[in-house]
Design a protein around this ligand. Structure first.
Ligand code: HMG
Length: 388
């Protein structure tokens, strides 16, 4: 049978960041609360020249060859911070990236979960059409507001994944277990540009969903913790994944507990420095794991826990392919992080407030943004994207 899965992955986050010790000091908090209690060291700052479309374009562009662009017949754009209530971000992407015009383009939403749904749809589509490729992007800006308790868990960026037959990175196994429940742990009304959240409740629901789908997964598949070389989690902040991991560690032998903890540390290296990127967080964590693990090898099974508030959870597994590292853009995230510019908390607050709001025509200082795709401004209520 043809193997279907993630062929390539690529990531983008804007060129500026703040330091969590400085944010803690500015907010009158103990720095270790942010560094250890929350598990974040830095946070991406999103300039007015970047939105979910430009971030997705910047991520996907780095991994797509001319042949990929011809073979893609579907673009699935997962986001909960979309830029239009009608038009899909995927249509912009199709033009910006020069993708085959005979491709379907659609946007998907269910909080942070939509990226996983998109990936599953892509796998099923390519299973039926193995000569075609599907581009999945998960792109978001996490905004809670200045001086809120959620502020330390903000961030933003995009992960792009190409789903194809005989993939380089991993097979997406047909073993998902999922759960949906109508609850109000986190939401964003259509008139609001910052999230509403019941923080402690949301963390409890996350853990509850994880334990429920994990238990169901074991019952349905007959697998247990010993079958997994690593577990990757949706990481709204990296301590959240640690809490979930600790829920299942007692099921493992002492030796495996150490190994799973090591892999978990590898899986949060990048998320600690970017922050939450909602739909893309689990996939940035997967990228981090693949890039930073010292021991993963072909054939290893990785457990994936996806959670989206509101709420929906899914647990499934990936099986690593022989040359999985070749599917990542070499050195991409280390270079991106090394080139980021530090900004003070005062400057971050100004940038935060400059995010595009309202309908008035305007132009942004796009030359100060080194990214390839940038938002130039707004004209006649239409976003003006340019390629630098
Ligand atoms: P808070 O009330 O400021 O923090 O909010 P806290 O008082 O609960 O402290 C946090 C942790 O730091 C605690 O550890 C403290 O003990 C520890 P815990 O009990 O949780 O293990 N702490 C310290 N540790 C070391 N040294 C110290 C120290 N002081 C305290 N000196 C909260 C934290 C996460 C609730 C807040 O930031 C928030 O509301 N964030 C947004 C919501 C969120 O991320 N929820 C996660 C689950 S929901 C989800 O994942 C979905 C989501 O991604 C959205 C979507 O699906 O679209 C959010």
């Amino acid at each position: 049978m043809t193997i279907i899965g993630i062929d390539k992955m690529s990531f983008f986050s804007p060129h500026q960041y703040i330091d969590m010790v400085e944010l803690a000091n500015a907010r009158g908090e103990e720095p270790n609360k942010y560094l250890i209690g929350i598990g974040q060291t830095e946070q991406a700052v999103i300039p007015a020249t970047q939105d979910v479309v430009t971030m997705a374009a910047n991520a996907a562009d780095e991994m797509l060859t001319a042949s990929d662009r011809k073979k893609i017949t579907m673009i699935l754009f997962a986001t909960e911070s979309g830029i239009d209530n009608s038009k899909s971000g995927a249509v912009y992407l199709q033009r910006l990236l020069g993708i085959n015009p005979y491709a379907r383009t659609i946007e998907l939403k269910q909080a942070c979960y939509a990226g996983t749904f998109a990936l599953m749809q892509a796998r099923d589509y390519v299973t039926l059409h193995p000569d075609e490729k599907v581009l999945v992007v998960a792109s978001d800006i996490a905004r809670y507001g200045l001086q809120t308790s959620g502020e330390v868990t903000q961030g933003g960026g995009a992960v792009a994944m190409l789903v194809a037959a005989n993939p380089m990175i991993a097979e997406i196994n047909q073993d998902s277990q999922f759960l949906s429940r109508d609850i109000m742990d986190f939401w964003r009304p259509v008139y609001a540009d910052t999230a509403r959240v019941d923080g402690k409740y949301s963390s409890n629901v996350y853990q509850d969903f994880f334990k429920t789908v994990w238990t169901r997964y074991k019952a349905k598949t007959g697998r247990d913790i010993a079958d997994f070389k690593a577990l990757a989690f949706h990481l709204p902040f990296t301590k959240m994944g640690l809490k979930a991991l600790r829920d299942v560690l007692p099921e493992a032998t002492d030796e495996q507990q150490v190994a799973l903890m090591d892999e978990f540390e590898a899986s949060r290296v990048y998320n600690k420095r970017i922050g939450n990127l909602y739909t893309g967080s689990l996939y940035l964590s997967l990228y981090s794991l693949l890039d930073n693990s010292q021991s993963l090898k072909a054939g290893d099974r990785i457990g994936m826990f996806s959670y989206g508030s509101g709420a929906e959870g899914e647990f499934y597994s990936l099986t690593l392919r022989p040359h999985f590292s070749a599917g990542l853009v070499t050195g991409q995230i280390d270079t991106l992080l090394a080139n980021r510019q530090y900004v003070t908390i005062a400057d971050y607050e100004k940038i935060f407030n400059s995010q595009l709001k309202g309908a008035a025509d305007r132009e942004f200082d796009f030359k100060s943004d080194p990214a390839k795709f940038v938002l130039h401004g707004l004209k006649n209520e239409q976003r003006q994207y340019i390629c630098n």
